[in-house]
Design a protein around this ligand. Structure first.
Ligand SMILES: [Zn+2]
Length: 364
């Protein structure tokens, strides 16, 4: 049993205000606001209590050179967990990480199966690479394999034109999204380019990943369509590196990546101003290290989000979007204990006093 003695930032109410409770208990892995009849031997944790953070775009079991072994995947997940990310939406991995679901020490993982990518238009050895005529079948297969999500690579460099370009004809993409929805899965699409966004809207894609091509117009359309966006700012900060690597052979691509890099904070502000739902995601896996969830929250604030908006994108809002509980009565006790109010300064997320997963203190 745990007694949480500080203020609990439990959930958002209908008007978008944080409901603050005065302490709580953790009993049998769940949160309760009712004092148990016997509190003998309860562990006391003092501080501000926040639902466990969400990393809505990361890759477990994926390293710079493709799939990694189970020990490495475990260390990745532990790194995320110890940073406070207790719910991960895995945005595509070629490794089988199902075993994590039976291990109580592992964060909760919602998988998108394996990336579905256009042939030779993605990182080698990572995705299921297909041509447009096979997109529906590939997306359907991953919808069956995942946990309610499918990940499609929507644009990538086209070496024949030397710039970013959409990977799919809109008709095929529309059919594929329809197939995923019919199987009960939502579709998240990797997109960097402005040019791809109208197709994603037309096809009914649920969630745009990175979405650096966003402007006021596409943001308004995304908001109206209920599209969510995961900016992954800690990752798109690397666009200048991608540009430098592409400069000798693909100058148009390099210039495009530099322009997208420069517009990143504005793209996030356009999304916020339009009322788009934002999700915190780090893109950990491949080149990006795990455990950067607090950095992404800080980056969103730096780009112009209010601290409460950035916090919601990492907790209450993204949990609701992904179908996970916040800290309601009876909710699974996945939570952080923080030294100060994170609404005042999101940097306190970097140093939780305690991380509690499934009712157990995993990091004192
Ligand atoms: Zn990714």
């Amino acid at each position: 049993m745990i007694h949480l003695t500080g203020p609990v930032l439990a959930r958002l109410d209908e008007s978008g205000e944080v409901e603050v409770r005065d302490g709580a208990w953790v009993l049998d892995g769940r949160v309760t606001f009712d004092r148990p009849t016997s509190t003998d031997g309860a562990e006391e944790l003092d501080g501000w209590v926040l639902p466990g953070l969400v990393d809505a775009h990361c890759h477990v079991g994926l390293g710079p050179a493709g799939p990694v072994d189970a020990d490495t995947a475990r260390r990745q997940a532990e790194t995320d967990r110890d940073a406070g990310a207790l719910l991960l939406r895995d945005a595509g991995s070629p490794a089988d990480t199902r075993w994590m679901d039976d291990d109580d020490a592992m964060p909760r993982v919602l998988r998108a199966g394996r990336h579905v990518a256009r042939s030779r238009r993605y990182l080698r050895g990572v995705g299921d690479e297909v041509e447009p005529e096979d997109l529906v079948a590939a997306v359907s297969a991953q919808a069956r394999a995942g946990d309610g999500w499918v990940k499609v690579v929507g644009d990538w460099i086209d070496r024949s034109t030397g710039d970013l370009a959409p990977c799919w004809p809109v008709e095929e993409l529309t059919r594929a999204v329809g197939a995923a929805h019919a199987l009960g899965a939502r579709v998240a699409v990797h997109t960097f380019s402005e040019q791809t966004l109208p197709d994603l809207l037309a096809a009914g894609v649920d969630c745009w990943e990175h979405a650096t091509g966003l402007d006021g117009e596409t943001a308004a359309a995304a908001a109206a369509a209920g599209v969510a966006i995961t900016p992954t700012l800690v990752n798109t900060a690397r666009f200048l590196d991608f540009a430098a690597a592409g400069t000798p052979k693909f100058p148009a691509y390099a210039a495009h990546m530099r322009a997208l890099h420069a517009r990143r904070p504005q793209a996030v502000r356009d999304a916020v101003d339009a009322g788009v739902r934002l999700l915190v995601g780090t893109d950990a896996g491949t080149e990006m290290p795990h455990g950067l969830v607090a950095d992404e929250v800080a980056a969103l604030v730096q780009a112009g989000l209010a601290p409460l908006q950035a916090l919601s994108a990492a907790t209450w809002g993204s949990r609701a979007y992904l179908g996970a509980a916040a800290l309601e009565e009876g909710a699974p006790a996945d939570l952080l204990v923080l030294p100060a109010d994170p609404r005042e300064d999101v940097d306190v997320l970097r140093a939780p006093r305690a991380v509690v997963l499934r009712g157990r203190t995993v990091r004192p």
